[in-house]
Design a binder for this molecule. Structure first.
Ligand code: MN
Length: 238
């Protein structure tokens, strides 16, 4: 078989290094990027919604929106076009390692290969317009480089991340701080629900939602965020 042009390279995120350096060469090939909306009560409120436990809702980003940032380095996020209000959303990301559909909540975490730090960068002005017009969110959420991401930490090394601080600073000033235990829909519940809508496959990433404190960033500003157990993610807006 011949392609009419060279296929795009696979999007592949490094596995976090450990003392066992052999794993440093391993990569997690990304298939799809799913994101959960409004999954921390205080964030739902700040976006003008009732945080009552409605069913989770989802949107997605293209796999090649992933902007990998190696630990100990500062990634560069190009300020996107056609917006004057790009927001940070710090999130815990679950990386799926085993296929499944209609997964039971009590078995959902068995499908998780590992966890990563991610930023769901958002053109908030275009999202507000889409909401008002009843239009899709793609241009607000799925633009180029809209998913800065750290390495994948295998469950075999870090366990399941069900609690612990999630936070983000901009130029050293705290913007977001909560705890993963404050998720409205836990990672297991999110995966179970998502698997009733799509067959999950190895390589899928699930952004589990952002806590309160989202806000705008400007060119030159430095975003640093983390989740307990997963290190830090540093990204400069350029
Ligand atoms: Mn988000």
């Amino acid at each position: 078989m011949e392609f009419v042009f060279a296929p795009a390279p696979a999007v592949a995120v490094p596995i976090a290094e450990s003392a066992d350096t052999a794993s440093a060469r391993e990569r997690f090939p990304v298939r799809r990027v799913y994101c959960v909306g409004r999954n921390y009560a205080a964030h739902a409120r700040e976006m003008g919604h009732d945080p009552d436990r409605e069913p989770p809702f989802f949107f997605s980003k293209p796999a090649d929106a992933v902007l990998y940032v190696a630990p100990g380095t500062t990634g560069e996020f190009p300020y996107p076009s056609r917006t004057n209000d790009v927001h940070h959303e710090m999130e815990l990301v679950a990386a799926i390692g085993r296929a499944g559909r209609d997964i039971a909540v009590e078995h959902a975490l068995e499908h998780v290969y590992g966890y990563a730090l991610g930023l769901d960068m958002t053109r908030r002005d275009l999202q507000a317009e889409a909401k008002k017009m009843g239009r899709p969110w793609d241009v607000a959420k799925g633009f180029d480089h809209s998913a800065p991401l750290g390495p994948i930490h295998p469950v075999s090394r870090v366990g399941h991340i069900e609690r612990g601080a999630i936070w983000l600073e901009v130029n050293g000033a705290e913007r977001q701080r909560s705890d993963v235990s404050q998720l409205i829909w836990s990672t297991a519940e999110t995966i179970a629900y998502l698997s009733t809508l799509f067959t999950l496959e190895p390589g899928d990433l699930v952004f589990t939602g952002t806590p309160e404190g989202v806000g705008a960033v400007a060119r030159g500003e430095l975003m640093t965020g983390g989740v307990d157990g997963l290190g830090e993610l540093s990204v400069r807006v350029i």
